[in-house]
Design a protein around this ligand. Structure first.
Ligand SMILES: [Zn+2]
Length: 253
């Protein structure tokens, strides 16, 4: 069993073949997919999709790209969905100081709101971090006790320490398969096995063999293969370990 811990399978990029895409995931052994909301509408879409397909688990959150525009209008819906027992995590939230599509203040306010929800409902938080270390570690550190996942880890091993110390899992995406990304593979070797997760972040970030094309949950196997090789494990062993980690973090039955 393989778990894709971060997929946006509600996006219209999948409108033409969503059922076939989910069938391909199952055929590839990807029997669990965390469907990550990025605003009120997409979080509702994640819940609706998960209600129709076993093995899909929805989350509720506002992406840092969108929070300046949507935080005020969407926060009540996110808070309502966060209470729902079907909701397995809060997010995605986070800080993106690379694109800075929302002001840094707006991103931090939204991140703190998500951390409060995570604490209130004892659920993990899904964190997007781009060019925001070490500020990210400071803000997460204000909510000590809340745990979650640093999704799509894009840094090397040197930045891991504060997130591991806070109790976060680290999730690797197709980025780890890119030939020039030796630092990211070094990070994949450095994360304690019990904190390791894999994801697609689809439709983005397809692994090397399909780089630049639309990504989908079935392709998480390529990321899993690369991380397994780095760890000196079989892909089957790492699939079991990362799925067990995901089941523990997201409290999947
Ligand atoms: Zn995402």
């Amino acid at each position: 069993m393989i778990t894709d811990t971060h997929a946006h399978v509600f996006y219209d990029a999948f409108d033409s073949d969503r059922d076939a895409m989910l069938a391909r995931a199952h055929a590839a052994g990807v029997s669990r997919v965390i469907v990550v909301g990025t605003d009120a509408a997409s979080s509702r879409a994640a819940f609706a999709l998960a209600a129709r397909h076993p093995g899909l688990y929805p989350t509720a959150g506002i992406h840092p790209h969108d929070c300046e525009e949507r935080f005020a209008s969407d926060r009540d819906t996110i808070a309502e969905l966060a209470r729902d027992p079907r909701c397995v995590a809060i997010g995605e939230t986070g800080l993106d100081f690379f694109r800075s599509l929302s002001s840094h203040d707006a991103q931090i306010e939204s991140l703190r709101f998500h951390l409060e929800l995570a604490r209130a409902h004892s659920k993990p938080v899904i964190v997007h971090c781009r060019d925001a270390h070490p500020r990210m570690a400071e803000v997460l550190g204000e909510a000590r006790g809340v745990i979650g996942v640093m999704h799509c880890w894009s840094m090397g091993p040197d930045e891991l320490a504060p997130y591991l110390e806070l109790g976060y899992c680290i999730s690797f995406s197709g980025v780890v398969t890119y030939p020039k990304n030796a630092a990211n593979r070094a990070a994949a070797r450095a994360v304690p096995l019990e904190r390791l997760l894999v994801e697609t972040d689809c439709p983005y970030l397809a692994p090397q063999s399909r780089r630049g094309k639309r990504n989908e949950p079935a392709y998480v196997t390529e990321t899993l293969d690369v991380v397994a090789r780095e760890r000196g494990l079989s892909s089957a062993e790492l699939a079991r370990i990362t799925s067990d980690n995901a089941a523990r973090l997201f409290r999947l039955a």
